[in-house]
Design a protein around this ligand. Structure first.
Ligand code: NIG
Ligand code: FE
Length: 391
């Protein structure tokens, strides 16, 4: 029999359902309660009106919000790139060429080592309130190494992305066209059964617009849905290609023309901003304010990877987005929960309304604003995933 639990005495509840609470996008309810039935939210409202349940948890006047939806990470890898980070912090710039270092380490690792790394970073993320994560291949770049990365990832999440087109494999340095043929052919055949999404790093030094279009179109024909690493290091065709192909998300969006912003505002593609990457590469910040003011749906994620953004902390990204990307605390919290869900085309996560999955984060603070107001402080003091208390 499914058991029910009520969490009472919540000072601020973020529901992300504007029809609940104060009518804002965050659907805030003060002095609130949530009822969990099995793996779903059954009820939200004022604490005094909460129905009776089997179990009762007192939130002690703290805040509850939906678990973070980290819709962009690269967690199947081995090794780290401390030396590259050190060099960058001494003035060297980020070029993405370091991806090759991680490819070599990842190819040399056993399946067990890769899975142990993945579970280590997932546990880290969970302690910081992440209840859903997307992750990618992209550090194997052979048919077998890409397929095994996806197989390992799929044991831990439904949100698995085929990124054989991260960079041209070093084995094909002299013949990029042959590598695109592999990515759209034999490698796609081996990877498609393990993935939901297809991604491409559309950037100078990685894949150009025509190559990206070929890769995403081939993925679509195999039932994978597109998402794109777009406009990270320079202006380029990635964002408009993402919108044209109805990608769920264009990720990075650091260098945008007005036409790129217009395309996002008029399309169905979420702009996923990854401030950990700008922080860790000392690059210029994406202009979240410009996107939000144009009506673009914005998600915030970690981009956790050993090169450009080695953080698994969504709270850290929220603090950066508020301090440096001109987002309000409410906007940043929405983007890291409902925004991430939108970037994965999901409506069953990222909100706390009846019927949604009971994925909840309890903060050791009276409101969600403290996530930005108290940067670097480990505020996550409880996590429920699918109705189970896991922290
Ligand atoms: O999202 N942009 C390309 N891929 C990663 C970086 C990967 C790496 O440097 O290892 C990113 O930033
Ligand atoms: Fe990335």
């Amino acid at each position: 029999m499914m058991s029910s639990t009520v969490i009472t005495n919540i000072a601020t509840l973020v529901t992300n359902d504007p029809s609940l609470g104060d009518g804002s996008p965050l659907g805030l309810i003060q002095d609130a309660a949530v009822v969990i039935d099995g793996d779903r939210v059954a009820w939200t409202g004022e604490s005094s009106k909460a129905p009776a349940t089997d179990n009762r948890v007192d939130a002690g006047g703290r805040a509850v919000l939906p678990g973070f939806v980290d819709s962009h990470s690269h967690l199947v890898f081995a090794g780290d790139r401390t030396q590259e980070f050190n060099a960058r912090m001494s003035g060297r710039s980020y070029t993405a060429g370091g991806i090759r270092t991680t490819v070599a380490a990842t190819r040399a690792a056993t399946d067990a080592e890769l899975e142990a790394n993945l579970t280590h970073y997932l546990a880290e993320a969970l302690r910081q309130g992440t209840t859903t994560f997307e992750t990618k291949s992209g550090y194997g770049l052979t048919v077998e190494d890409e397929a095994r990365a996806l197989r390992i990832a799929a044991r831990h999440t439904d949100e698995v992305t085929y990124l054989g087109a991260h960079i041209v494999s070093p084995d094909y340095a002299d013949d990029p066209a042959a590598y695109v043929a592999l990515v759209t052919g034999e490698m796609l055949d081996a990877c498609a059964p393990h993935a939901r999404w297809v991604d491409v790093f559309c950037e100078k030094g990685a894949f150009d617009g025509d190559q990206a279009r070929a890769i995403l179109t081939a993925g679509k024909a195999r039932g994978l849905h597109p998402r794109v690493h777009a406009n990270q290091l320079s202006y380029g065709p990635g964002v408009q290609l993402a919108v044209e192909l109805d990608a769920a998300s264009a990720d990075h969006c650091t260098h945008l023309t007005d036409a790129d912003v217009d395309a996002l505002a008029n399309g169905n593609t979420v702009a996923t901003l990854l401030p950990g990457a700008e922080f860790s590469t000392r690059a210029e910040w994406p202009d979240a304010r410009r996107l939000l003011d144009a009506g673009v749906t914005v998600a915030l994620s970690t981009d956790c990877n050993p090169g450009s953004s080695f953080t698994s902390s969504v709270p850290f990204c929220i603090a950066l987005a508020v301090r440096d990307m001109r987002m309000t605390p409410d906007e940043a919290v929405w983007s890291a929960t409902a925004g991430g869900a939108a970037a994965l085309r999901r409506t069953d996560i990222g909100r706390l309304a009846p019927g949604a999955y009971a994925d909840l984060t309890l903060l050791d603070a009276p409101s969600h604003v403290h996530l930005a107001y108290r940067p670097g402080v480990p505020l996550v003091s409880g996590v429920w995933r699918r109705g189970e208390r896991v922290l």
